[in-house]
Design a binder for this molecule. Structure first.
Ligand code: PS7
Ligand code: MN
Ligand code: MN
Ligand code: MN
Ligand code: MN
Ligand code: MN
Length: 351
């Protein structure tokens, strides 16, 4: 009977890793390489947040229903048997929610410390998403000030940084210190999220979403969609460089966070997404293609980055290389030229 039980357990755990592979292009690989029990905790953390994000992203869902789900998701993950199979157009990761009972079963098998970290972050993130979905943070639902932008990115990514640092500490693979400096953990998430938001301009616009803060883009156009027009090329370039400047400011903190890690598997897990982000940032800088389509770093480049991100010296070299690339593309006629140079200077000063 014990054997039967452990076989069933392995089967449902395997299902969760299948869901991970299905829903994530990049995180599945790095999560799989994590040590011991931390691997399962991070896998379940990912699946829970992927479920929450699928609800946030579903623009066909009735708003009241969406908000109710977002605000109660931290309880849903304790509700055995809960699934979400309401009809609606096929949202990308809907299958995950249709089989969410299986995720919940595995979540409930994690040790209580891991469960409470995940539930705590889910509660904060779900409520933050709900505030933005309803415009409760301000008078309408698009992101207005840079402060709004930082807060939204904190909810959807900075909090992931908090939670991951808490899981690292709870696993004993990293010291408690890593979870204490919240600002560093937040920057780790912000750097990924903001780079994603720049790169996904067109995809998000076509989906009826605007994440770039008006405080930045409003300096260059009257309407957020004006940047796709060929006659606004120059303004589009300057707006993009202003967005890149905003993200560059997080780089010193990202490197500081990474320098504090001690466990090899945790280091790789944390560093790989960050080097992908800096290379994406160098790729998008002054690249007006982002206003037309979704651009991505080449497969070969990604593979090289993964193989190279093994220690702090290598990661610093990679960051230097891409920051240099940005400085090489920086144009003196750009209104953000000086500030970009200074942001780059601060990176070189710290590392
Ligand atoms: C738990 C690994 C390492 C201290 C689903 C990893 C979507 C960029 O929506 O899939 O397709 O455009 O491209 C990840 C900090 C979060 C921040 C946030 C959680 C790093 C729900 C990643 C993944 C902190 C909200 C995925 C933030 O991008 O987005 C785990 C340290 C989920 C991390 C979302 C974005 C992640 C994101 P989309 P992507
Ligand atoms: Mn989302
Ligand atoms: Mn999403
Ligand atoms: Mn099922
Ligand atoms: Mn995106
Ligand atoms: Mn994506």
């Amino acid at each position: 009977q014990r054997l039967q039980q452990s076989l069933a357990m392995d089967a449902s755990k395997k299902r969760c890793y299948d869901f991970l592979n299905m829903t994530s292009r990049s995180f599945a690989a790095v999560i799989r390489e994590l040590d011991d029990e931390l691997r399962d905790a991070v896998c379940l953390f990912y699946l829970v947040l992927r479920g929450l994000d699928t609800i946030e992203d579903d623009m066909t869902l009735d708003l009241d229903r969406k908000v109710e789900l977002l605000r109660s998701f931290d309880q849903i993950i304790y509700t055995k048997g809960w699934t979400f199979d309401e009809n609606g157009p096929n949202e990308k990761d809907r299958a995950l929610l249709v089989h969410f009972d299986e995720v919940i079963d595995e979540f409930l098998r994690l040790k209580p410390e891991f469960q409470s970290v995940i539930a705590n972050i889910t509660k904060l993130m779900g409520n933050g998403m709900a505030d933005y979905a309803t415009g409760e943070h301000r008078e309408n639902t698009s992101v207005s000030t840079i402060e709004d932008f930082d807060l939204y990115c904190h909810y959807v990514a900075g909090l992931v940084g908090y939670g991951l640092s808490d899981l690292f500490a709870a696993s004993g693979l990293e010291s408690e210190e890593i979870a204490k400096d919240k600002d560093l953990s937040n920057s780790m998430g912000l750097f990924l999220q903001k780079t994603n938001i720049i790169r996904d301009y067109r995809e998000d616009l076509d989906d009826g979403r605007q994440f770039w803060p008006r405080e930045i883009w409003g300096k260059y156009a009257d309407k957020f969609s004006d940047f796709i027009k060929p006659e606004n090329k120059l303004q589009a370039q300057y707006c993009l460089s202003n967005m890149v400047l905003n993200v560059l400011n997080d780089v010193p903190q990202v490197l500081t966070y990474l320098s504090k890690l001690r466990n090899q598997s945790v280091f790789n897990f944390c560093a790989i997404p960050q080097v992908m982000a800096i290379s994406t940032l160098a790729l998008v800088f002054n690249n007006l293609d982002i206003y037309q389509r979704n651009i991505k770093i080449r497969k070969g480049e990604a593979v090289m980055l993964i193989l190279d991100s093994t220690d702090m010296d290598n990661v610093v070299s990679i960051f230097r290389k891409y920051v240099f690339e940005i400085s090489r593309k920086n144009e003196a006629t750009d209104p953000n030229f000086m500030e970009i140079s200074m942001a780059i200077g601060r990176v070189s000063f710290v590392y």
